[in-house]
Structures are given as C-alpha cells and as structure tokens.
Write a protein that binds this ligand. Structure first.
Ligand code: HEM
Length: 139
C-alpha cells in the first residue's frame, strides 16, 4: 500500500512481529550456544569440540542472519533502495561465510575421525539447502 507521500505505509503490527522474530532468533542462537557451552564442552577447531562449531555456525548463519537478510526490505521500507540493498547483501555475505565455516567444520571433523560423509537424511537435506541458498545468490 502506498501513502500520500509515495512512501510505503508500515503495517501497524510490523514492529511487534519483527521484535518477536528477533527474540525467537536470539533465543535459538543463545540456547544453541548454552547447550554447546554447558553440556558439550564448548567449541574449538581441534579434537572432538570441532564438531560443535557446526550447529552453532549453522544456526547463526543460515537461520538467524539469513532470516534477517530477508527482513531488511520490510523493516527498513522507507530507507533508500541502495542502503537496504547494501545491508541485505552484507547480511547474506556474513550468513554465507559463517554457514560455510560450519560446514567445513563438520566435514573436516568427519575426515579427521575417519567417519563417512553424507550418510544421513539430515546431511543430504542440509547440503541441498546450502547449495540452493548459494545458487539463489548467482541468479
Ligand atoms: C541449516 C542448518 C544445517 C545445515 C545446512 C547442516 C548441514 C549438514 C551437512 C551437510 C552435514 C554432513 C557432513 C558430512 O557428511 O561430513 C551435517 C552433519 C551433521 N549435522 Fe548438520 N546442518 C545444519 C544444522 C545442524 C544442527 C543445528 C545440528 C545439531 C543441533 C546439526 C547436527 C549434525 C550432525 C550430528 C551431523 C553428523 C551426522 C550426519 O552427517 O548427519 N546440524 N550437517
């Protein structure tokens, strides 16, 4: 809907939905971090703790940051297109890099341990999700 000034009108409930989405996202990141820190010994790039980099990076990258990248155009609907595009792009770049680190961590961990790769439904769905995400950025 357009207002008289030509700017997109902001739905009244939007700020509440956005705040709620951020709360859920931050809770997902915080609970994952707490689970890994308190119950699984933390994260590191060496030894068994290397696996723990995977869930944390996937949740931060592909769930929280990617979700926020998608929301940018709705949340900052009255900013210039250039500004929102830059923010949108930056969030996607961070999401991509962090998710890539998470994937490298789990593949590298499997390699060091001598475990097979891609043996579960999770791993195939995950690799498909990541490839489709990457492809979206190319078209
Ligand atoms: C968008 C999020 C995620 C994606 C795209 C993803 C993707 C993947 C991929 C591609 C593998 C295969 C690695 C290999 O074969 O060497 C894998 C393995 C694994 N991931 Fe994830 N993952 C995600 C989130 C998570 C989360 C949040 C957890 C835990 C809470 C998790 C737990 C595991 C486990 C236990 C494995 C090893 C067993 C297996 O290959 O299924 N992942 N993941």
């Amino acid at each position: 809907m357009e207002s008289h000034a030509g700017l997109a009108a902001t739905p009244r409930a939007l700020p509440y939905y956005v705040a709620f989405s951020q709360l859920l996202g931050l809770i997902a990141v915080a609970t994952t971090g707490a689970w890994l820190g308190l119950y699984r010994g933390g994260i590191a790039w060496q030894g068994v703790l290397q696996f723990n980099v995977h869930p944390l990076c996937m949740v931060i990258g592909l769930i929280f940051l990617q979700g926020d990248a998608l929301l940018v155009y709705r949340v900052f609907r009255n900013e210039t297109k250039r500004t929102t595009k830059v923010l949108h792009g930056l969030l996607h770049v961070f999401a991509f890099i962090i998710a890539l680190v998470g994937l490298v961590a789990v593949f590298d961990y499997h390699r060091k341990k001598g475990y097979a790769d891609l043996y579960s439904l999770h791993s195939w769905c995950g690799i498909l999700a990541f490839v489709l995400y990457f492809v979206q950025g190319q078209v």
